[in-house]
Design a protein around this ligand. Structure first.
Ligand code: IPM
Ligand code: MG
Length: 362
């Protein structure tokens, strides 16, 4: 059966980078016998501009039907003053929640070709390969009650609630253990169990799930220490599993360790492996429309989609190999050029497609 892929380019550089992933998809269809139906829809600020809300009904309906979703980026300064419900971020958060995309995989890989791009000494990060598994549909991002209330003395007070039910902890823990089994079989669960009850339960449930995975070495770490260890000795980590908020923060740190956030893909999966795939970087409004953004994180997100949602792991590897080839050729967009000559977004996408064609002829 033909798979259906929803393409949600969004805002800022979203359109440009998704356009390059579409080139790759077309090449896979022409030269590799891959078969998929592609359909585009508006999200984020683009959804608000066209339909008056960041997750238009049409977009949600398409995503519900699709086998996988390729997402560009959302957000821009022109939307910052909108009420919270209408802001672009809300489109993404609602999509994650509506589709129950609870398991967010954020790899942080240092490409050998870009060894000097990290802000850490190269001997600390050489060969870095961490997978952060972030819980994505619960915790303080979605917990009720939340709001800003007026106290008796007239002063305003903001409040949010960090909630985790046992089943939510259990399913993300299983997701992380399963991934650890495919890697180096080491899992670090990050919490704040010395202060928060919600973390105490988190730790207890993760330890309970561990009994089913005797081959995985489980460690627990407080989030403050984990953030320190990530910049002190990042290679100690294989897989990290953590809550929505801690994962948001730690995944940005981990991305920076590689020095090339423009290279990092991510996947957000539901219980059945349906997923939303997006580059870790954001909408970069400052360079939008300038044909200078790095499309590789989006192309690598497409590779993750082929592997995790479309049962095409060989094609996934071919796309990753093609990306490796263009890096070997010395092609760099401005973000990874380290001041040297750089290529444009479309040149980079074109080079990946050309490398793919060569691989397809073998
Ligand atoms: C991310 C982003 C989002 C988040 C924002 C855009 C809502 O920072 O995907 O990490 O906080 O989850
Ligand atoms: Mg974030």
């Amino acid at each position: 059966m033909t798979k259906k892929i929803a393409l949600l380019a969004g805002d800022g550089i979203g359109q440009e980078i998704v356009a390059e992933a579409i080139k790759v998809l077309n090449c896979l269809q022409q030269d590799f016998g891959f078969n998929a139906e592609l359909e585009t829809a508006a999200i984020g600020g683009a959804g608000y501009d066209q339909y008056g809300k960041p997750l238009p009904d049409e977009t949600l309906a398409l995503c519900e039907q699709a086998d996988a979703i390729l997402f560009g980026a959302i957000g821009g300064p022109q939307y910052d003053q909108l009420e919270r419900e209408l802001r672009p971020e809300k489109g993404l958060l609602n999509l994650r929640s509506s589709l129950a995309l609870f398991s967010n995989l954020r790899p942080a890989i240092l490409y050998p070709q870009l060894a000097n791009a990290s802000s850490l000494k190269s001997e600390l990060v050489a060969g870095l390969d961490i997978m952060i598994v972030r819980e994505l549909t619960g915790g303080i991002y979605f917990g009720q009650p939340r709001g800003i209330r007026v106290l008796d003395n007239g002063e305003r007070q903001g409040y949010n609630t960090m909630l985790y039910a046992e089943h939510e902890i259990e399913r993300i823990a299983r997701s992380a253990f399963d991934i650890a089994m495919l890697r180096d079989r080491r899992l670090c669960s990050v919490d704040k169990a010395n202060v928060l009850e919600v973390s105490e339960l988190w730790r207890e449930v993760v330890s309970r799930v561990a009994v089913d995975y005797p081959d995985v070495e489980l460690e627990h770490m407080y989030v403050d220490n984990a953030s320190m260890q990530l910049v002190r000795a990042p290679r100690q980590f294989d897989v990290i599993v953590t809550t929505n908020l801690f994962g948001d923060i730690l995944s940005d740190t981990a991305a920076m360790l590689t020095g090339s956030i423009g290279m990092l893909p991510s996947a957000s999966l539901d219980q059945n492996g349906k997923g939303l795939y997006e580059p870790v970087h954001g909408s970069a409004p400052d360079i939008a429309g300038k044909n200078m953004a790095n499309p590789l994180a989006t192309i690598l997100s497409l590779a993750m989609m082929l592997r995790y949602s479309l049962e095409q792991s060989e094609l996934a590897s071919v796309v990753e190999t093609a990306v490796g080839k263009v890096l070997d050729q010395g092609l760099r967009t401005a973000d990874i050029a380290d001041g040297a000559a750089s290529v444009s977004t479309s040149e980079m996408g074109g080079a990946v497609t050309a490398a793919l064609r060569v691989l397809g002829q073998r």
